[in-house]
Ligand binder design. Structure first.
Ligand SMILES: Cc1cc2nc3c(=O)[nH]c(=O)nc-3n(C[C@H](O)[C@H](O)[C@H](O)COP(=O)(O)O)c2cc1C
Length: 222
């Protein structure tokens, strides 16, 4: 697949099959993704992977916390705006609305959010989750670098015929992730990428989010 086809065919996979994925495949994907650019070549990413039984233990622990109503406690909180600019808020609400309509769910936004949250906390049944971490002292520039490596991981996974889902919700309980994967305290658990075989029978995976028109996004002069 060429890069443009890969860009356009990647989507957030929200249902994985139970087929395991081996550590060697994950290593090969990260081996290529670490060529992503970063501020001053600082390469701030520290990557920890839960695979197989490790993912299952985390899945169970996350779901228990959700059922018991334990408040989430992510390491990265500051970049979340207090009020989203109206146009961005509208797009995010449109996503929830479109998803609900597509899946034939109750249009009440809260129910859609709850359903999505429950499945987020199950890591969409993925066999493995790649957690991206960085030193706590770092700033949004390093998060930019983590974004670059995240997209690289997701595109390379497509090459391997694998689906991915990047989700902040996977980093909702960093203490659990830290404990399971031996992540030191000086690192923030920023985000997770679920990875595995796409469940092509799930309606969740037939949904495609829309994009703004290119001439709305870009202004060229000259
Ligand atoms: C930084 C970031 C955080 C995200 N967090 C979540 C999440 O917690 N749960 C989720 O279901 N999707 C999450 N997503 C996926 C977005 O909803 C998705 O990328 C967007 O709707 C566009 O859809 P697409 O990836 O299928 O093209 C996240 C994406 C990004 C880039």
């Amino acid at each position: 697949m060429n890069i443009i086809d890969t860009m356009k065919s990647r989507f957030t996979c929200r249902a994985f099959t139970s087929e395991p994925i081996d550590n060697e495949t994950i290593l090969s994907i990260v081996e290529a993704a670490r060529w992503a650019p970063s501020w001053g070549n600082t390469q701030p990413w520290e990557i920890f992977v839960a695979n197989g039984e490790s993912t299952d233990r985390l899945r169970k622990a996350y779901s228990e916390r959700l059922s018991n109503g334990v408040p989430v406690n992510p390491d990265i909180t500051r970049p979340l705006p207090k009020d989203w600019p109206p146009a961005l808020k509208e797009r995010s609400e449109k996503l929830m609305h479109d998803l609900a309509e597509f899946l034939g769910l109750d249009r009440n936004g809260r129910n859609v959010m709850r359903d999505l949250m429950v499945r987020n906390f199950l890591f969409f049944d993925a066999p493995a989750v790649i957690f991206l971490c960085m030193d706590r002292s770092l700033t949004p520039w390093s998060l930019f670098d983590l974004g670059a490596v995240s997209q690289s991981i997701m595109l390379i996974a497509c090459e391997y015929g694998l689906g991915t889902a990047v989700a902040v919700q996977f980093a909702s309980y960093p203490d659990l992730v830290r404990q399971e994967l031996g992540i030191p305290e000086n690192l923030s658990v920023c985000i997770g990428i679920a990875i595995g075989k796409i469940d092509t029978t799930s309606p969740q995976n037939a949904f495609r989010a829309t994009r703004r028109a290119v001439n709305e996004v870009v202004r060229i002069k000259g």
